[in-house]
Ligand binder design. Sequence first.
Ligand SMILES: [Zn+2]
Length: 245
Amino acid sequence: MLRRTVRLVAAFTLAATTSLVAAVTTAAPAHADGCYTWNRTLREGMSGEDVRQLQIRISGYPGQGNVLAIDGIFGPATANAVQRFKNAYNLDNNKTAGPAVFDRLYALQDNDCTPKNFSYAELNDCNSNWSGGAVSASQARANALVSMWKLQAMRHALGDQPIVVTSAFRSHACNNAVGGSATSRHLYGDAVDLGAGPHSLCTLAQRARHHGFREILGPGYPGHNDHTHVAHKSSQTWSAPNCGI
Ligand SMILES: [Zn+2]
C-alpha cells in the first residue's frame, strides 16, 4: 500500500511538472517561425544586428519621399518608422519596438524571412541563384528582401489587396534579353515591376512614394505604360506623368 501511494505521488508529481512546463512554454513570448527572434525591446540609442533586422522589416515606413537606412543604428528615423508601423497595425502609439511589434513581424514573415505576401521566387524569374547581375548574388537577394518588405507595407496601406509582380531581379543576360537599360536597377535586385490588378498602375505609383522607393517610373514615362517600376536608388527619380508624378 505504501509503495502504491509513493508511486501515485510520483506519477502526480510528474504530471504536475509536465503541465507546469507546458504552461510556461505556452506563456513564453512568441518566437519567429525559423527566421529571426528578437530578444530585447529596442529603442532610440541602441544598435546591433537586432536593430538591423528590425530596419529591414520596417523599411516600408520611412515617411513620404524618405528611405530608411539599414545600418543597425536606432536613430530618430528608425524611431519614426517604428511609430508609423505601429500606427499602421493599431499598436501603441510610441517609438519603441517591443513584443507587440515583434509579434506582428513574426506573423508577417515566412521562415525564409520574406514577408508573407511576397517570395524570392516571385522576385526572380531570371535564374535560380541570383547570379550575373551588377552586384553579388547574396547582395541582389538581400536587396530584393528589402524591396519585398517595402511592398508588404504598401500592400497593407492599400487595404491588403494583392500587388502583382511582373518582373524583378535580372542578370545582365536576362536584362539584355528584355532590352533593359544598362544601368537598370533590376541588375541590383531591388527593382520590381508591378502590373495592374486590384490597383491601377497610377495608384501603385502614387502610393509607392510613401514606402521607401527612390525610383518610381510609371504611365507616361517612356516604356512604362504597361507597368509601374519601383526600386531603390541613391537619388530620387520619380516620373509617371499620366499619374501626376
Ligand atoms: Zn522595371
